[in-house]
Design a protein around this ligand. Structure first.
Ligand code: DGT
Ligand code: CA
Ligand code: CA
Length: 580
């Protein structure tokens, strides 16, 4: 059972609780949070279950573990069934439409709609409206249906990487395979990946293709030729292989890395120089003579270019820059000196935000293992909306003391005291200034009303950027990949003010966020905006997601000097006005 399927089952339970008005808000949130967590996992939940590691997954409590155990061993859960009893199944399909909640879904079901196709028809023909359904809502539902179509089923990058690793280790076991690489959008580190692409260098293309098709987990061979094949895997992932001779492996790597638009442009450049490029090698157009390109480097050098890092190969100027030998020196994972958006299990009383799994001490230990010079814990504080001002101030005081004590007895790394607070509906902050003044740094983010009008979102962000206490804006667009679109805002204005006020925008490395998006990173750089790459970890193993955030920065053409957590401790402390 795929992670997406399990997440959907949990969301259905949350919806059923809401529809039947059973359970409380915390139970409903628990199911929703578990679903989001599972969607963002790198590993298959079924694998974790088999390895007895369900308890290590954040947001999955004891009761839920029991339910998942029943689900994965029997295929169904008695409790889920009883909760959903009496609700027409179509309601749960309708909930997949963006913008359709339990109430609208029920209204639509009551009109006799049987499935999504039927709904589409009944809106188009006007049947729904003629039966008394609100024309305004019908129009909204239609838009939702359209964006549902566009969503498709693209994999999150870390998930794709983990699945590709399995295929790759299988390929490398074949004695006929000289080299094997995962290519396509995965090598370019795009935020989502449509299908997996593999290249192999071999003297025996046909037998390698055969070997690939016999891989455990292949449920269907979609297409098979002499040197290539496409298969469908058990987990619903499609994988392509392209095999070639070692002498022209460079051309194969280049071709199958893409992107398509990069390739098309590169072929034009090659033609202008009298060459013809293809996945099979490089030829001189006149003589038809094949030129050896064992490596990708040889191929690009032959064209008189620098080698564009795969992350840049989207034909957005990298070919021109490479021809002029003016490619930027992109930031690298090894440049990163700290991670300061991390959630711990420190006592929080915030009904809308979940805590992390691990105590602060474990986070610090992991940060040391990663070789960081500093680490910052940024829990969600109790906000104005849930508690009194005095309570928040006292809570922050106590936590500050706790972290300062931990810092004073910790060697080899600096431990920083931060919080991730909310930018409220009117742009004000969820925590009083007296509390913010105690912190080493403050991250502020929008955590509600993401679908607000462009002007509203812009106003909220701009107001937060004017606060002297705010250092960083977390996950600025608030998109959740495959779930929620980016909020709309006047990004140019936001970037202009961020740069002017010396504020930092976060590149959030969490798998289904990767936010600020790569295209906006590039735009923000033009305004001189600085970034920080954080993992937004809720369980320590997620601290390894840093590389995916770095990939976003690279895809946005960012260099080391654009990213503040590449600074060493002394410079970082100065930047944040923290006592050294
Ligand atoms: P995806 O799978 O949608 O995430 O994106 P890609 O980039 O992995 O695309 P895919 O799997 O269709 O193809 C892999 C690479 O093969 C692509 O990045 C470039 C190359 N390629 C595919 N189709 C064409 C084409 O029509 N022309 C050229 N020149 N290259 C192509
Ligand atoms: Ca692909
Ligand atoms: Ca492909």
């Amino acid at each position: 059972m795929s992670n997406a399927k399990i997440a959907k089952i949990l969301r259905n339970v949350a919806a059923a609780y809401t529809i039947k008005k059973i359970g409380n808000i915390f139970q409903i949130r628990a199911y929703e949070n578990a679903a989001s967590t599972i969607e963002g996992l790198t590993a298959e939940i079924g694998d974790l279950w088999q390895e007895g590691k369900l308890s290590e997954v954040p947001n999955i409590g004891a009761k839920l573990q029991e339910h998942l155990n029943e689900l994965l061993s029997t295929g169904k859960v008695k409790h889920f069934k009883s909760v959903q009893k009496g609700i027409p199944p179509v309601v749960f399909d309708l909930l997949d439409i963006p913008g359709v909640g339990p109430k609208t879904a029920q209204d639509i079901a009551r009109m006799g709609v049987t499935d999504l196709a039927d709904l589409r028809k009944k809106i188009k023909t006007g049947e729904l409206v003629s039966k008394g359904f609100s024309p305004k809502i019908a129009q909204k539902v239609m838009l939702g249906l359209q964006s549902l179509d566009q969503q498709g089923h693209r994999m999150l990058l870390p998930y794709a990487a983990a699945q590709a690793d399995k295929v790759l280790s299988y390929l490398k076991k074949s004695p006929d395979v000289i080299q094997a690489h995962p290519l396509g959008s995965l090598r370019r580190m795009a935020a989502t990946v449509g299908d997996l692409d593999f290249s192999t260098s071999t003297r025996k293309s046909k037998s390698v293709v055969e070997y690939f098709c016999q891989m455990p987990g292949v449920v269907r061979i979609v297409d098979k030729g002499e040197n290539k094949a496409t298969v469908m895997l058990q987990n619903g992932v499609q994988a392509d292989i392209l095999a070639g001779e070692p002498e022209s492996y460079g051309a194969l790597l280049q071709h199958f890395t893409g992107s398509k638009s990069h390739n098309i442009h590169l072929r034009i450049v090659a033609n202008e120089q009298g060459y013809s490029l293809s996945e099979y090698g490089v030829k001189k157009v006149r003589s038809e003579e094949l030129i050896k390109t064992e490596t990708e480097e040889e191929l690009y050098h032959m064209l008189g270019m620098q080698i564009p890092p795969p992350e840049l190969r989207e034909d957005t100027g990298e070919i021109e820059a490479a021809l002029k030998h003016q490619l930027p020196d992109l930031v690298n994972l090894r440049d990163i000196k700290g991670d300061i958006h991390l959630h711990s299990s420190y006592r929080i009383e915030s009904p809308s935000h979940g805590p992390g799994v691990n105590p602060i001490e474990e986070i610090v230990k992991r940060a040391k293992e990663l070789g960081y010079e500093y680490v910052g814990v940024s829990d969600h504080p109790p906000g104005f909306t849930s508690t009194s001002k005095e309570y928040t101030i006292n809570w922050t005081k106590e936590r500050t003391k706790f972290i300062q004590q931990l810092e004073s007895r910790t060697k080899g790394i600096r431990v920083l005291n931060g919080l991730e607070i909310d930018i409220l509906g009117d742009g004000s902050l969820s925590v009083p200034d007296e509390a913010l003044a105690m912190l080493d740094y403050c991250i502020a983010g929008i955590h509600s009303g993401h679908r607000g009008a462009k002007e509203e979102i812009t106003k909220r962000l701009l107001k937060a950027l004017e606060s002297p206490y705010v250092d960083i804006i977390s996950h600025p667009t608030n998109r959740l990949i495959n779930e929620r679109e980016s909020s709309e805002a006047d990004w140019e204005k936001v970037f202009e003010v961020a740069a002017k006020n010396n504020k930092i925008l976060e590149i959030n490395a969490y798998p289904n966020r990767l936010d600020l998006r790569d295209d906006l990173v590039r735009e923000a750089l033009r305004f001189g905006v600085k970034f920080i790459i954080n993992t937004d970890t809720h369980e320590v193993s997620q601290m390894s997601n840093m590389k995916f955030g770095v990939a976003v920065a690279r895809r946005g053409w960012a260099t080391k000097k654009d990213i503040v957590n590449t600074l060493d401790w002394t410079s970082f402390a100065k930047r944040f006005k923290i006592k050294e």
